[in-house]
Every structure is written in structure tokens, then in C-alpha cells.
Design a protein. Sequence first.
Length: 188
Amino acid sequence: MASHIRLFFAVVICALLAACINAPVVRSDFDPRADFASYRTFAFIEPLGTDRAGYTTLLTERLKRAAALQMESRGYVYREKDPDLLINFQSHVQSRTEYVAPPPMMWGYGYGYGFYGGWPGYAFGPDVIQYNEGTMKVDLIDAKRRQMVWEGVGTSIVDNIQQTASDQAVQNMIASIFARYPFVAGSK
């Protein structure tokens, strides 16, 4: 019986963690002093935070395509020379450990007739769950002032690094992050 309850709690925790895979947790912030109405063009900062050792990674190319699609859908125009906004990406995966406290122990029952004892042999211990958490950060930088004006950060559980870096997964993550971007080109 105890192993069934323990298994139930482990399955519930895993299901909750798995739900994060499809729906990343996204947060964003912006500089309220920035004049978003003046921004109409964008480009990518060189070198991007996802580039390594002087070359462009496959992840970087996927991120650039996905971000350009999001920016263009908001009316921004890509302009390599003298853009209003620069885009940068950063990503990392880190190992996490969660401690899940055991459920409260039922020690017995009775209504004023004494204590009938607990369930011997049924001890519930804590569970420790280990998983990988991926974080994707998108920065929009005022190109003239060289100051960040908006950032969006998405985190989710990573089961498979190759699948997480796939074109579709990158597009989904970037779309989720840009869903929190409240501006369109040339307007507040």
C-alpha cells in the first residue's frame, strides 16, 4: 500500500514537471523610460551570446530566424546597418534537484476510545527529483544608447537536448517569450 501511495506522489510530481515542457514559464521586463515608439528596425548583436569560439552555432541560426519572424510580425524591419534595436540571446541548461516532503503520517484512529496504532512498516520518506532546466533569454537593446530596453526569459524542463534545440522547439520557445512583448514598431 505504501509503495502505491509513494508511486502515486512520484507520478503526480513527474506529471507536473512534464507539463512545464509544453508551457514554458516566461517572464519579461522593460525599461519604462525607453521610447518604444521610435523603434522601427532591428538587427542582431555581434557576437551573439549563443555563438561559441568565433563561429555561429546551429542554435543561433534557429534563434535568429524565430526572432526575426516575431519582430517582423510586429512591424519591425530587419536592417543590418544602423538599426534601432539589437537582439541578443543567451541560453543554458542546468541540473536541478527538488525535495518533495513526505505526506503527513496517519498514526491511527479512534474517537475517544484510545489509540489503535499506525500502520507498521509503512514509512513515507522524502522524494528527491533531479531534472534539467533550460533557460532562454532574449534581450532587446537600444542600439544608439547601448542599453537593454526589454528582456524576455523562458524556462522549461529539458528531457532531450537535441529535441529542445530543434527548429520547432526553438520557434515555440521564442514565440512564447515574444508573447510577453507588448509593443509594435513605431507605437507605444
